[in-house]
Design a protein around this ligand. Sequence first.
Ligand code: SME
Length: 153
Amino acid sequence: MKTADYEECFQAVAAIWRDEGGGSLDDIALMATISSILAHRFSHFYWTGFYRVCGDRLVVGPYIGTVGCLQIEFGQGVCGTAAEKRETVIVPDVNQFPGHIACDPNSKSEIVVPVFGPDGELIAVLDVDSDRLDAFDEEDQRGLERIVALFSN
Ligand code: SME
């Protein structure tokens, strides 16, 4: 079920990406499109969006959800941890994650996926928060990593 949803999301994003210039499409336009497609497909995605690497910190980019915090230091919270480690972090219960940044008490679990550009450089993280506990697993990781791989083309 989830696999089919991710496949449809990937196909929808990839079709728009191809039609709009592929690798020459502006990153922020692609981030906005991915946020919209994911948030409307999965009803338990409470906050879906990107934090972009801006100098020495992460700064909020396109998202769908309630107001998120604007700036996150590397190593801080779940987003900063994923950015520092350059790997996906899944948190089944945000209240058990030391240093979690609580922008909205309705967020119960989250997954943060690093986003790499064409030269392998970290350009952003994709942050998805759910209003359910334990909402994310390896299937979400695979589905989301496949979608953000478009940024490296
Ligand atoms: N939960 C995140 C902060 C960002 S928001 O929830 C939108 C974190 O700890 O990285």
